[in-house]
Design a protein around this ligand. Structure first.
Ligand code: MG
Length: 453
């Protein structure tokens, strides 16, 4: 009896302490002790531009469901991916670390290919690994692109299940995988968005009674564009518009399912893109809106992404946040929500987004680094962005000494270099670069090794 009492006490004490820590950690989000940890859904588009959604100003692409997310949640207007191409961007989202720290970038090969021998390392902690330790069910549905060999697949890095293609849809043989098994090759790309969506809804329904983490990286609008028959020819923007409108439908299905299952108020839904629009694809590529450059570029159009966060009752409806923020922030944000300990044995590049999302305070991030492969090309601090190296489409990369300087609050299109007027700002940004470089350790690139023929 005495033992039982003691055990009961310890259990209660643990709950009380857990609740207290959670209340402190969650920056104003009231997650009471005993209440279930929130579900987290991250929907990640591929090569979607800053200007491609109705709620971000596209004049003809219709995105009523994403617009609904914006109206019922928060729109983040200064949100960055951590790299201008797929592989490093995804690695950064899932680890909360710049790709230069994880070996998931290279100046020789921008991304992983079907002949690549590398991938995400076991030493990295991914969001699903941390959340699984807190009792979360985890699923990855869609494009992986962090290594297609068995040891790199989602199922080896914290995901209970995986359904999707292991790399980009323009790479052959483009297999569709269930877990670690190829179930279709090549994948019928016209049905990918609808099949992914079906799987996502199934996962949500099956886990309605348990906290879950759904990482939902879509294959599109990466080129080659494919769309289901239902959406073909329906957008005035042509095939690219059809594809984005089908993605919008998919987002609507997820939001509707959360409401139908009674989970909307206990689920954070996040929507963004891995990098900017693939401009060289012309009509098949998207739009960066008023931003300069696109995919593959460290100009704003390559890395500033449309971003929406939806959590009725927690994120104020219709809020617009101008905080400097990034996919790098998702790692600490998700771990904080799941009450998982933040790793202290490694350098993390993210900050908890909850204060900003809930309107309780600014995001702590004030600096953003822009890498081209393994080279640091630009830095942003506050409104100021300096380009140490820059490159325009079709031109050679150029070293800038002094760096080009833009005030993004005033000049988001990066049109007017004001370095000559602000030598003190340039010096301050160069100091930030030096301080950042001091935190880097050499790690071998995972993107250069190839499978022996
Ligand atoms: Mg991409």
């Amino acid at each position: 009896m005495a033992n039982l009492d003691r055990r009961t006490f310890l259990t209660r004490a643990a709950h009380a302490v857990g609740g207290l820590a959670a209340a402190q950690l969650l920056g104003g989000v009231s997650v009471a002790a005993g209440r279930r940890r929130p579900n987290i859904v991250i929907i990640f588009a591929d090569d979607l531009g800053y200007g491609d959604l109705g709620c971000f100003g596209h004049p003809t692409i219709r995105t009523p469901n994403l617009d609904r997310m914006a109206a019922g949640g928060a729109k983040l207007t200064q949100f960055y991916s951590a790299a201008p191409v797929c592989t490093p961007s995804r690695a950064a989202l899932l680890t909360g670390r710049l790709p230069i720290r994880t070996g998931m970038c290279s100046s020789k090969r921008g991304v992983l290919f079907p002949d690549s021998a590398g991938g995400i390392q076991d030493s990295e902690i991914l969001i699903p690994e941390a959340l699984r330790g807190q009792g979360y069910a985890t699923a990855c549905i869609g494009k992986w692109h962090l290594g297609h060999l068995p040891q790199y697949l989602p199922t080896r890095h914290g995901f209970d299940s995986y359904f999707g293609i292991p790399y980009s849809n323009d790479m052959k043989p483009c297999p569709l995988m269930e877990g670690e098994t190829v179930i279709e090759e090549p994948a019928d790309q016209t049905t990918l968005t609808s099949r992914y969506t079906e799987r996502a809804l199934q996962f949500i329904r099956e886990h309605r009674k348990r906290p879950f983490f759904l990482y939902f990286p879509h294959t599109f609008p990466h080129v080659p564009l494919h769309v289901s028959a239902r959406f073909e020819g329906t957008s005035t923007r042509g095939l690219y518009g059809d594809v984005v409108e089908e993605l919008d439908w998919s987002v609507g299905q997820v939001i509707d399912a959360l409401h139908t299952e009674g989970l909307a108020r206990e689920t954070l839904v996040f929507f963004t893109s891995d990098n900017g629009p693939w401009l060289t694809q012309k009509l098949s590529g998207g739009s960066a809106g008023l931003l300069r450059g696109g995919k593959g570029s460290t100009w704003e159009g390559g890395m500033r992404e449309p971003c929406l966060a939806y959590w009725p009752g927690t994120i104020p409806a219709g809020s617009v946040r101008q905080d400097l923020s990034s996919t790098l922030n998702l790692f600490p944000t998700c771990l904080t929500l799941a009450r998982a300990p933040i790793p202290t044995d490694r350098t993390l590049d993210g900050y908890d987004l909850l204060p900003a999302l809930t309107g309780k305070g600014p995001c702590a991030r004030d600096t953003m680094f822009f890498y081209q492969g393994a080279q640091l090309w630009a830095v942003r601090k506050g409104p100021w962005k300096a380009h140490l190296t820059s490159q325009d489409a079709g031109a050679k990369a150029q070293q800038n000494d002094p760096p080009l300087l833009f005030n993004l609050d005033i000049d988001p299109s990066e049109r007017f270099d004001v370095a000559a007027d602000h030598p003190d700002v340039v010096a301050d940004l160069l100091k930030a670069v030096e301080a950042h470089r001091m935190t880097l350790e050499a790690v071998p690139s995972q993107l250069e090794a190839r499978i022996e023929a």
